[in-house]
Structures are given as structure tokens and as C-alpha cells.
Design a protein around this ligand. Structure first.
Ligand SMILES: [Zn+2]
Length: 84
């Protein structure tokens, strides 16, 4: 799999570090929604949104939308530009 960093261009996956699923943060105080946000993860087969860091490159955090089955990349944006 190859990712296209907005700063560095297309690079091999080995340059990137997986940062987890891009989940929407719950609003409000600590409660069951926050517990699920922090501790529970799904393992989706198909389209998903994930954070990746270009650790061996510019160190930027990216929001990657990809298919976990086919590894097709739909979009790569800087994490701050594609709010979860
Ligand atoms: Zn980069």
C-alpha cells in the first residue's frame, strides 16, 4: 500500500505509523460515550477513516480514508483539515 502525503508526495506504507481509527469525539463530560470512545474499537471490513503519521517523512498527521479489504485509498488530507 502507498499513501500520498500532501507535503511529500506518494510514499511507501513503511514510512507511516498507524494512529488509530478517526472517531468523532463525544461531547460533554465523562460517561459511557467516552468510555466507548477510549476503549472500544471495531474492526471494520470496508471503507474506514484512520489517522496515520508520516513518521519517516515530514511527521504530519494525516486523515486517510481507505478500504481495509482492498486497500484502495479514497482520500488523504492533513488531519486538521478533515475533521472526524
Ligand atoms: Zn510527509
Amino acid at each position: 500500500m502507498r499513501l500520498t502525503c500532501p507535503h511529500c508526495g506518494e510514499r511507501d506504507l513503511r514510512e507511516f505509523v498507524y494512529g488509530g481509527a478517526a472517531l468523532a469525539r463525544p461531547s460533554g463530560d465523562w460517561g459511557p460515550d467516552w468510555d466507548a470512545y477510549v476503549h472500544l474499537r471495531e474492526n471494520p471490513a470496508g471503507r474506514s477513516r484512520e489517522y496515520w503519521q508520516h513518521g519517516s517523512g515530514c511527521a504530519a498527521w494525516l486523515l486517510v480514508e481507505r478500504d481495509t479489504v482492498t486497500h484502495e485509498i479514497y482520500a488523504v488530507t492533513l488531519a486538521g483539515e478533515g475533521a472526524a
